[in-house]
Design a protein around this ligand. Structure first.
Ligand code: AMP
Length: 279
């Protein structure tokens, strides 16, 4: 596996590839787990070579503490990627990506950015748009792989690709879970033993909400979920939303022709966890 920290040398390598070589790209922030690796595996199957970036993007963090405390396990990440036959790892510094101005550009995602994560993490999606567009322009992948764990992010990136006519196909990949149902996340290693043991409660709640949405309207399900968290000793609900998968707008009246998804964000102490389920 080749490892590049500089854009110039990465691009030289990409330029030297045989004509017609297809590139699959998996952007990550590192602290890799099986969820990330499932994206790498899929990308490996569908392309001639796989490039994985590891970059903790400062502009998508709305909270300085969260950025400082974001897990960093670069040596372990690189050996995992090597063992999954990744071809190229790209591990730039913030200066390499942003030069001397660590700042987001401003994007219009047709309103997708104002829902859910966008409401609670100011500027987050401008940061995501900025880094993903930058990386797409550097790597020029044929296909890029994103996890449904960050479903809103996928919709935002699809919108960006469509609006800016970027020549890349966005591939969405299912959520990878621990055996007990907790969605895998780099942040899970920050949970205390007690929080980790209780964390399957989040997915349990989503599964129960899915069942309830079969016979109840969205506001009844919302009330039920809020109640479930009201007196929880370890978790604080930030939001629970049932939304149209395409527009991400909250459901008002159910329509059989639309696809819905339930989204949740929960604080376990200072650790913020998100999850979602197709309804
Ligand atoms: P991150 O490093 O958290 O920015 O994630 C990098 C990519 O991996 C994103 O496309 C995420 O949606 C995806 N990802 C993270 N966790 C999971 C998971 N549990 N299952 C599937 N994909 C995931």
């Amino acid at each position: 596996m080749l490892i590049f920290t500089e854009i110039k040398s990465l691009q030289q390598e990409i330029k030297s590839l045989k004509n017609g070589t297809t590139i699959g790209f998996v952007p990550t922030m590192g602290a890799l787990h099986e969820g990330h690796l499932s994206l790498v595996e899929k990308s490996k199957k569908e392309n001639d070579i796989v490039i994985v970036s590891i970059f903790v993007n400062p502009t998508q963090f709305d909270n300085a503490d969260d950025l400082i405390n974001y897990p960093k396990t670069i040596e372990k990440d690189l050996s995992l990627l090597e063992s999954f036959n990744c071809d190229i790892a790209f591990t730039p510094t913030p200066e390499e990506i942003y030069a001397d101005e660590i700042q987001s550009q401003s994007f219009d995602f047709d309103g997708l950015e104002f829902q859910m994560e966008g409401k609670f993490r100011a500027g987050h999606f401008n940061g995501v748009g900025t880094i993903v567009e930058r990386l797409f322009k550097v790597v020029k992948p044929h296909k890029a792989y994103f996890g449904e764990k960050d479903f809103q992010q996928i919709q935002i990136i699809r919108k960006m690709v469509e609006k800016k006519k970027l020549p890349v196909q966005i591939i969405s990949c299912p959520i990878h879970r621990e055996k007990d149902g907790l969605a895998m996340s780099s942040r899970n290693i920050r949970l205390t033993k007690e929080q980790r043991a209780a964390a399957p409660f989040i997915y349990e709640t989503l599964k129960e909400a899915k069942i309830k949405f079969g016979t109840n309207n969205a506001s009844e399900v919302l009330n039920w979920v809020e109640n479930e968290f009201k007196n929880h000793p370890l978790f604080t609900l930030e939001y629970f939303e049932i939304a149209d998968e395409d527009t991400l707008l909250p459901v008002e009246t159910k329509s059989p022709s639309k696809k819905y998804r339930a989204f949740i964000a929960v604080f376990a102490g200072k650790v913020r966890l998100i999850d979602n389920i197709s309804l």
